[in-house]
Design a protein around this ligand. Sequence first.
Ligand code: DX5
Ligand code: ZN
Length: 219
Amino acid sequence: MVEVSTSLLSVKKGEENKTIFALEVAKTDYFHIDVMDGKFVEKNTYDKMFGISSYIKRISNLPLDVHLMVEDVKKAVDDFLAVEPNIITFHLEACKDKQEVYDLIKYIKENNCKVGIAIKPNTKIEDVYEFLPFIHMCLVMTVEPGKGGQELIKETLDKIKTLKKYIEDNNIEIDIEADGGINLATVDSVKVAGANILVSGTAILMAKDYKVIIDELKK
Ligand code: DX5
Ligand code: ZN
């Protein structure tokens, strides 16, 4: 059974309340919070995502799945711990060396939060292997990070397949989250590849009835 984490990147201004409530009713499993600093990626959604996260904390019990697309990971972790996320995921490519990766994993856990590592389409899946025993989730970007509404990059599915085989062969308990370009046309290939948490933004938020899409994605 896969879970769905709805990205709020494209939520319409002034419709946050309506959208969040409708997504709860539609039974999204998580709210996916795309934090962008305008440096790691071009767009800056930092304050918008902090505002939405704080708002969700006040009106919903659903867990926050925070995806940090930022250069200064430690600062963003400190800022977003304030909204008590279920998990904070940072990019391997934002870390200058392995020691920083391990320090961040430890820091996030010490603050009673689950931790994930995200990798961009061009990053080799093998680069994340050594960290897998210490984290809860690996986020495999199926689009270039930076914006919603992009086409899924097919080659990334092989990375998910390779990762799935590796964690099974090595008995590693970890979630595989696929993120970007996931819709009714691409979801089957992503699930067959082995992802068990699916991030979807555009496909869900553009739908008239969120539940129809979310149920289809979960099938
Ligand atoms: C892209 C984000 C994704 C994106 C997903 O940088 O990490 O979470 O918002 O949105 P769609 O489903 O529209 O690709
Ligand atoms: Zn994301």
